[in-house]
Design a protein around this ligand. Structure first.
Ligand code: NI
Length: 427
């Protein structure tokens, strides 16, 4: 079984930057097996003519909550605490496991159609998200959101994570992390327990840190430290950690994050929409922190489209720092691809021999990509995601000429409408 993408303009890594040139890409099984050089014994059972296509590494959404898509546009223009505790949590309390399955499928349809091949998720009902992901063909890292106060290894949510991890051990596209929700929803003993389990089980962590000014103010008042210090002192950073947001991080916080090799996921649309400000991305890059990019959930974004995030990230820091030279298009593309691969510890994020075959193709006849002049700049400043024509994940074509081959989209829309009606949402 081999897939040949012939004569395609491809974005390949070149040091810290990217190089764009025409290549033949050979995919064997779930791996990129050759670039321009046909692997021995290769038999092309499928061929894609890449003449009018641009091949990029599949985008990686490094922070989201895929089950939330039925809450899209259901809680907007509200203050953060009103948004979370006044609207989102009361809806979450009424969600059934099956709702999370359909919500996750809808999010995955949106992500595949806009070129995302892998996502780092913090869901409820982790087994339902695993089920949806097995069906869609996407690659995912799942960390069931955990909250608590006590050192409690019998915590049923933690048990859910471990059960889902065991049940899905046969699916190489699924890996699992531990997901303590945030410093303001997890007590120090609970975080210490999560850190201990992570170390013993060899698992990574996915957590929200320093998302709002209120979070930092309350932490200083109640514990006399910053959210970053609180999480560090509980031992969380002893495990490989991915921290979402990190908006309110001082120079000393940034030094702590860098020293512990914490990867940070910035979520520009969500952060702006909730009025939380901007993560100090240029300053984090200068401190040597591995910065990645995510959408956050549909209730706070309200799209799951990484092209929109790349565009925002490439622009907002230029605006806030009064210089166009603080975050380049090349760096943004890396944040959406190989930086996330580093954070997740997965062999993805670049078109290279030996990497998993997660490849997105864009239609070069799209007006937004004409003329192309600079492909990497086009990805950040011109593309909207609508140019995505084909998506290959783990060597399998899941989107072919804009036709989704893995999910019945009409059924998903029907089920989401049914769920919205039950929850009293407009649908
Ligand atoms: Ni989040």
């Amino acid at each position: 079984m081999g897939l040949l993408i012939r004569n395609v303009l491809a974005v390949l890594p070149a040091g810290q930057a990217h190089a764009v040139a025409r290549h033949d890409l050979y995919v064997e099984g779930n791996q990129i097996a050759g670039i321009d050089e046909e692997p021995q014994g290769f038999v092309a059972t499928q061929t894609i003519d890449g003449t009018r296509r641009l091949a990029i590494p599949g985008l990686v959404n490094a922070h989201t909550h895929t089950y939330m898509s039925m809450m899209r546009n259901a809680a907007d223009d509200l203050a953060f605490t009103d948004w979370l505790f006044g609207t989102v949590v009361p809806i979450e309390d009424r969600l059934e496991p099956e709702d999370a399955y359909w919500g996750a499928l809808l999010t995955q349809v949106e992500m595949i159609r806009t070129g995302t091949t892998c996502f780092n998720d913090m869901p409820m009902f982790v087994d339902q998200i695993a089920r949806a992901t097995r069906e869609s063909g996407m690659r995912a890292v799942l960390a069931r959101g955990l909250q608590g106060d006590a050192y409690d290894r019998d915590d049923f949510r933690l048990a859910q994570t471990m059960a889902a991890r065991r049940e899905n051990a046969d699916c190489s596209r699924l890996t699992f992390r531990l997901g303590p929700h945030a410093p303001y929803t997890c007590g120090p003993n609970y975080l210490r327990m999560i850190a201990d389990v992570a170390r013993e089980e060899g698992m990574g962590i996915h957590i929200h840190i320093a998302e709002s000014q209120d979070e930092s103010d309350n932490m200083l008042r109640d514990h006399g430290c910053t959210p970053v210090e609180y999480v560090r002192d509980a031992g969380i950073f002893e495990a490989p950690t991915i921290a979402a947001h990190c908006i309110r991080v001082s120079e000393s916080d940034r030094a702590i994050l860098a020293q512990h090799g914490v990867s940070v996921v910035t979520n520009p649309a969500s952060n702006m929409k909730l009025g939380n400000g901007f993560a100090p991305v240029p300053e984090m890059m200068a401190a040597g922190i591995n910065v990645c990019l995510g959408t956050d959930g549909a209730a706070s974004n309200n799209a799951q489209n990484m092209f929109r995030e790349m565009g925002l990230l490439a622009l907002i820091h230029k605006g806030t720092h009064d210089t166009p030279q603080c975050v380049s298009a090349d760096e943004v593309l890396s944040m959406a691809t190989r930086n996330a691969a580093t954070a997740l510890g997965l062999p993805i994020g670049s078109i290279e021999v030996g990497k998993k075959a997660d490849i997105t193709l864009l239609d070069l006849d799209a007006p937004s990509l004409t003329p192309l002049n600079n492909a990497v700049a086009a990805l950040c400043y011109s593309a909207s995601g609508s140019e995505v024509s084909d998506v290959i994940i783990d060597g399998r074509i899941v989107l072919r000429n804009r036709e989704l081959l893995t999910v019945d989209e009409e059924r998903v829309r029907f089920e989401i409408a049914r769920i919205c009606a039950r929850l009293g949402l407009q649908g």
